[in-house]
Ligand binder design. Structure first.
Ligand SMILES: Cc1ncc(COP(=O)(O)O)c(C=O)c1O
Length: 399
């Protein structure tokens, strides 16, 4: 069933979901990933913020926000995936067992020379590249990062400042930039560390997604007995949403939450794929324009597509205004709620959740009650400070 509103479209396929018989991203995998991250310099769990006042105003029990804007001081969650995948690749190349190796083992002098020769390459719309540059820096490796046309210069600079990577803006769209990075890897013998999977390139994106499970692990501890009933996850290629969805449906297997996938309407490739109804992923061509740069991806990742197709109940294609609403609400919250710095790709799920809560018909379709607990991930802070200021009207943290 499809619903059309002025600022968003929604597909409801809640009658057709097929709960997972087994999990690609299990609790066991998540435990290994968390153990790795705990050994990385600067690791600290990100905060789980309760927007109690907003929840009260909306007549539900709670709204939980996993605030990734502070992760590893990178302003986004993406370093989790880049660092874990790089760790696994280095272990593989150096013949080490990842289950008995930690970050410090790889920093021993005996591996320094081999690490220094490793050259990673990736395409990014910003945050993944920053994570790879940072990870290359802490592991003592090299990295080349390519970005699509239209990328703002501050995002390019942030990548170089984060670690040892060099970043270049191409004249290609996101999918074209991914293809270019793959070609460079082949031509130069570099290691492609891409956060999206396709036929024949699946292992490293799988490790990147596994890295994101640390968020679900931390959340389980932080939420305690409070179980989320409705989870909203934003998707670019879906590597984060697929892993977190699968991880959470394993953690909360006794009563899995209702999952929604949220995309910008210009690049809503999951929405379009579900709408096509043939069970296959479909791409959005051209140069889509949206302020949600991290979600501006035209092709679902192969690894996560079946997970999202089968286990998500709702698919959203949102106007940029939805995320602007979310950014402003995070910055100027209700009552005693803590302000959160949320960038364009981070805030869209709050904008979406508010649209559900404010809309009687959607509340009904979603089965919202006074006991509902909504979970959101603020996946980034002000990664584009100029646009943040324009949208929110003040710098982060200012009254
Ligand atoms: C801030 C932010 N949120 C969400 C996403 C979406 O992640 P994925 O591409 O794995 O769907 C990205 C991707 O770059 C991002 O930068």
């Amino acid at each position: 069933m499809e619903y059309h509103f002025s600022e968003f479209d929604v597909i409801d396929q809640s009658d057709d979901i097929k709960p997972a018989k087994s999990h690609v991203f299990s609790k066991d995998t998540a435990a290994i990933t968390l153990a790795f991250h705990q050994g990385v310099p600067g690791y600290a769990p990100t905060q789980l913020v309760h927007l109690h006042s907003l929840a009260k105003e909306m007549g539900i029990r709670d709204i939980l926000v996993k605030d990734e804007s502070t992760r590893f001081h990178l302003k986004a969650f993406k370093g989790l995936g880049g660092s874990y995948a790089m760790f696994r690749i280095l272990c593989e190349k150096l013949g080490l067992n990842p289950e008995t190796t930690c970050f410090n083992d790889l920093r021993q002098e005996s591996y320094a020379e081999a690490c220094a020769e490793m050259h990673f390459v990736t395409a990014t719309d910003g945050n993944h590249g920053k994570g790879v540059s940072w990870a290359a820096g802490i592991f003592g490796c090299q990295a080349s990062i390519f970005m699509p046309a239209g990328t703002v210069e501050s995002r390019r600079q942030a990548i170089e400042e984060a670690g040892s990577g060099t970043a270049v803006i191409t004249n290609l769209n996101y999918d074209g930039t991914v293809a270019y990075a793959a070609r460079m890897a082949e031509e130069k013998g570099w290691i492609l560390i891409q956060d999206t999977a396709w036929e024949g390139y699946e292992k490293y994106p799988q490790w990147i997604s596994e890295g994101y499970l640390t968020m679900a692990q931390e959340l389980k501890e932080q939420a305690g007995v409070l179980k989320p009933t409705h989870v909203f996850l934003q998707a670019g290629v879906g590597s984060m949403a697929g892993a977190v969805l699968d991880g959470l449906s394993d953690i909360y297997s006794d009563r899995p939450p209702v999952f929604s996938i949220v995309e910008p309407c210009a690049a809503a490739c999951f929405y379009a794929s579900v709408q096509a109804g043939d069970g296959r992923p479909h791409s959005i061509d051209g140069n889509p324009e949206t302020i949600m740069a991290g979600l501006n991806c035209g092709t679902p990742s192969k690894t996560v597509w079946p997970i999202i197709r089968d286990q998500a109940s709702f698919f959203w294609a949102c106007d940029d205004e939805i995320t602007r609403n979310g950014m402003r609400k995070y910055a100027r919250p209700c009552g005693d709620d803590l302000p959160i710095t949320a960038g364009e790709s981070g805030a869209v799920t709050l904008g979406t959740a508010m649209a559900v809560l404010e809309h009687p018909e959607l509340r009904k379709i979603y089965g919202i009650t006074k006991d509902s607990v909504i979970l959101l991930i603020n996946t980034e802070g002000d990664t584009d400070p100029e646009d943040y200021l324009k949208v929110v009207g003040k710098k982060p943290g200012k009254g």
